[in-house]
Design a protein around this ligand. Structure first.
Ligand code: ZN
Length: 287
């Protein structure tokens, strides 16, 4: 088993070195190793508190119906999760992806996580597909703001909630994408573009079953390159072959594995496997 894993690490390192546009997709699995609970795992936030999940499903509609009430409720609940996320530190998995970017290999990280840990680890090109818990966003023009650009407590005291966008006057909500809320168009567009342009996709700690994020690996899988081939009878024909190498790093097989969206799965912790791949990339580059 160990040998097999080592072979796959080497294969991934070679594939990365041979790629000209590699991107990574990440999900909850990469952050649980930083102590951030997921939502639906055995000790997930919603597994333990189903009412919180029901509230989450209603949240966007509640915001549209009554933005003032929505903000008042937000500011009344203890900011436990936000506080925990502020203290969380990136783990070796996040750092390895930042390192691959520094090496000029990784072009984008597209993450479903709202915890900001990729940026904390030093990644510069991060697309936060489901937004960030540390930012606010105008629902009209899409501008994003740091949370502390608004004195939310003061607005609450002055009875001036909800906050409005200083650029266009639109309503401001938290950047985290709620159920039923469309993915912000800039992020959705750039992510799809990246999935279409890449020739290597590293999928880390996500089973990618939640749409529209789940369409990114499937889009990449459909991409074909044309290659000329000589048949046994000497005819030259053009064949269409998959144009993207898709590598999955997950604790267990996922629908991406079963549907053969990924070319291969390296089973285990992203915090151990990604640094192993980076070491191997370094070694190969030194040869
Ligand atoms: Zn605006």
């Amino acid at each position: 088993m160990e040998n097999l894993e080592e072979d796959l690490l080497k294969r991934a390192a070679k594939d990365l070195i041979n790629s000209s546009c590699a991107i990574a997709l990440t999900g909850a699995g990469i952050s649980t190793e930083s102590g951030i609970p997921d939502f639906r795992g055995p000790s997930g936030i919603w597994t333990k508190d189903p009412e919180a999940e029901r509230r989450a499903y209603r949240s966007y509609q509640t915001f549209l119906d009554d933005p003032k009430g929505w903000w008042q409720e937000r500011l009344a609940t203890p900011i436990g999760l936000l506080g925990a996320l502020e203290k969380a530190a990136p783990n070796p998995g996040h750092q390895a992806l930042a390192e691959l970017e520094k090496m000029g290999i990784l072009r984008w990280v597209i993450t479903q996580n709202v915890d900001g840990l990729h940026e904390k680890a030093g990644s510069k090109n991060v697309l936060e597909y489901h937004g960030s818990i540390f930012k606010l966003r105008c629902v009209s023009c899409g501008s994003r703001f740091d949370r502390d650009q608004f004195d939310l407590e003061e607005l609450k005291r002055q009875n001036e909630l909800p906050p409005y966008c200083p650029k266009c006057g639109g309503l401001i909500k938290t950047d985290g994408v709620a159920f039923g809320e469309p993915i912000p168009s800039d992020v959705a567009h750039r992510s799809l573009e990246a999935a279409w342009e890449c020739d290597l996709m590293l999928i880390c700690g996500t089973s990618a079953v939640v749409y529209p994020f789940a369409s990114l690996p499937r889009t990449a899988r459909e991409k074909r390159a044309e290659r000329e081939k000589e048949t046994e009878t000497g005819l030259h024909v053009v064949e269409r072959i998959p144009a993207v190498v898709i590598i999955e790093i997950n604790a267990e097989p996922t629908p991406l594995t079963y549907e053969e969206i990924s070319d291969y799965l390296i089973e285990g912790k992203t915090g151990e496997i990604l640094p192993g791949i980076v070491d191997e990339v370094r070694r190969l580059r030194e040869i």
